[in-house]
Structure formats: C-alpha cells, structure tokens
Design a protein around this ligand. Structure first.
Ligand code: SF4
Length: 178
C-alpha cells in the first residue's frame, strides 16, 4: 500500500511538474527533488559503488576553472578548489563512485552508456528538468537515458543560469555519504 502510494506520488510529481507555477497560484507546492530522492533511495543504495556517479552540470564550475575538456570524460576537474566541485570529486571518489562534470544533456546521456553508470546523482535547473521530462521517459524503475535505466538522486540548481550557478552543496554531500 505504502509502495503504491509512493509510486502514485512520484508519477504525479513528474506529470504535474510543467504545471507547477499554475499549481503554486492555487497554493499547491511540492519538492520534486525530495519526492524523487525518497522514492529511489533504497534502489540507489543497492547499486554497487563503481556503477554510481555524481554528474554535475557545467554551470557549477568556477569562473577561472583551469580544467581541461575531454571528449570522453567531459570537464576534467583537477580539484583546484576554486569551486565546490573539487571537494565533491574527492568525496565521490572516496566512496568509490565515478565523478563527471558534463557540458550538456546529450553528453550526459552518452556518458551513462559509455561508463555503464546505473545510478547517478545529478543537478539541474527547473528549465532542464522540464525539457528532460518532455524528451526522456521517467518511470518508476528509473530515468531512461539512451537504452539504460538510471536510478536517480537529484538536486535543483538555485536558478536557471548557465554560469555561476549554485546548488545546496551540503545536500549533495549528504546524498553521497548516504
Ligand atoms: S575545483 Fe574543479 S571544477 Fe572547480 S574550478 Fe577547480 S578544476 Fe574547475
């Protein structure tokens, strides 16, 4: 019963996300990230560490980021600590997880396939999430990225902005530490 309630909750949360501003005017607000993370957490935890990844969007990197770009790996963070991504890379690697900074959604989809990622913590703005919901099937068994189903944990970015964006870094650390 609890399982079907949670399933209905996440289906409704994803389905109604594009209508969130209309719902907010009616006094209905919900946190898509909290509902998603809660629903998928148990399954996420069951995936072996080596098949888990933190995949951050490029909007979070520092202004003077010295990282090089690799076609296969994306933006390769050198842990210079000019932004918080370096600390997250260290934490993810301590857990045995993979870590990437992706330049685009298309890159992320290809990365997931190439690196055999089965569970990922990602961050995105509401615009990207809405676009993703339209183009990427999200089911109760995960998010369908290419042929793969990936078990998600997610964080919303502070705003819709491709530079100098922010997330709740402490929330991300809590997700990684489990
Ligand atoms: S910590 Fe990594 S992502 Fe951040 S500025 Fe340094 S190299 Fe770039």
């Amino acid at each position: 019963m609890k399982q079907s309630r949670s399933r209905l909750k996440i289906i409704a949360a994803v389905l109604f996300f594009p209508l969130r501003s209309h719902l907010a005017r009616l006094g209905i607000n919900y946190d898509l990230s909290a509902i998603t993370n809660d629903y998928y957490r148990e399954k996420f935890d069951s995936i072996p560490a080596a098949q888990k990844a933190v995949i951050l969007p490029h909007c979070l990197i520092g202004d003077k980021c010295p990282a090089r770009f690799s076609k296969g790996e994306g933006i390769v963070c050198s842990k210079c600590r000019k932004c918080a991504c370096g600390e997250i890379r260290v934490l993810a690697e301590e857990q045995g997880w993979q870590f990437y900074i992706s330049p685009s959604t298309g890159f992320t989809k290809r990365l997931v396939q190439r690196k055999a990622i089965r569970a990922a913590v990602g961050a995105a703005c509401t615009f990207e999430i809405e676009k993703g919901i339209r183009s990427t099937p999200v089911g109760t068994k995960g998010v369908h990225l290419q042929q793969e189903k990936v078990i998600p944990q997610m964080i919303l970015t502070a705003r819709y902005d491709c530079v100098n964006n922010e997330i709740d870094w402490e929330q991300l650390k809590r997700i990684i530490r489990g």
